[in-house]
Design a protein around this ligand. Structure first.
Ligand SMILES: CC(C)(COP(=O)(O)OP(=O)(O)OC[C@H]1O[C@@H](n2cnc3c(N)ncnc32)[C@H](O)[C@@H]1OP(=O)(O)O)[C@@H](O)C(=O)NCCC(=O)NCCS
Length: 220
């Protein structure tokens, strides 16, 4: 993940000990008493990494609770993002005056079944995947890129974005992708913010059984 994001963003990848690290009181309250062990471990690693990323910016590593909509509640002067998938967890943070929003996502590198592909991919993306080199599950990568898009979009606009609301194009040669948000969604978002993002560009890697995507939204 570190290679996928530019220098103003601090990226922390969890080590094995972070999954059994300490939660702060405000974070523990968000996890709830009845969380299963795997959820407890993922949530803990996410918060340990999030606080370490905040500290890497030279700021106090304050708690990162969850908002009622389940998004992480970063300090007001920070933007950030968290991802976890089976034994892998990472968090990233940046100063809000340097970066408008940041998102990242890690998924297992696997073939998505037909039902999931129908839900995630637009017709143009199915055709695009057919033209890309073999050996990579491009639908899994587009899935991850769209989750990253949502993690960039939601903190800025505050509205839901469906998988069909973004059109992702991958450049396998440069390890980059671009997501174009549907004009209707962008127009509707103008009721919430004056300049919602219409294009989000990001980077990706496929290795160690994972697809990883990340994107930053610069200030206008
Ligand atoms: C929220 C969502 C993107 C999380 O992705 P995921 O692959 O399921 O899980 P990840 O482990 O990568 O990320 C989970 C973390 O995302 C963060 N998150 C949750 N909701 C979020 C939001 N609205 N905005 C930003 N981050 C959010 C949280 O930190 C969460 O971890 P935590 O619960 O331990 O704090 C996903 O569950 C979802 O709702 N997707 C549907 C919306 C979408 O992706 N649309 C596509 C638009 S093109």
């Amino acid at each position: 993940m570190r290679e996928l994001l530019p220098p103003p963003v601090a990226v922390v990848v969890a080590g094995p000990a972070d999954f059994t690290g300490e939660l702060l009181e405000a974070e523990r309250a968000c996890l709830g008493e009845r969380a299963v062990e795997s959820r407890r471990r993922d949530f803990t690693a996410g918060r340990v990494c999030a606080r370490r990323a905040i500290a890497a910016l030279g700021l106090d590593p304050v708690p990162v609770p969850s908002a009622p909509d389940r998004s992480p509640a970063w300090p007001v002067d920070v933007v950030g993002t968290i991802t976890h998938t089976k034994g892998y967890c990472a968090a990233a943070a940046a100063r809000a005056d340097e970066v408008r929003s940041v998102g990242m996502d890690a998924e297992q590198h696997k073939i998505l079944d037909a039902g999931v592909r129908r839900l995630i991919l637009r017709k143009e993306e199915v055709e695009h995947c057919g033209r890309l080199p073999t050996g990579v599950s491009w639908p899994a990568l587009i899935f991850s890129a769209k989750e990253t898009v949502y993690k960039v979009w939601h903190p800025v606009v505050g509205t839901w974005l469906d998988f069909q609301d973004a059109l992702v194009e991958i450049d396998p040669d440069t390890g980059s992708w671009v997501a174009r948000i549907s004009p209707a969604k962008v127009e509707a978002a103008r009721e919430k913010v004056t300049d919602p993002p219409s294009v989000i560009t990001g980077r990706f890697t496929v290795d160690a059984g994972l697809v990883r995507t990340a994107a930053v939204l610069p200030h206008r």
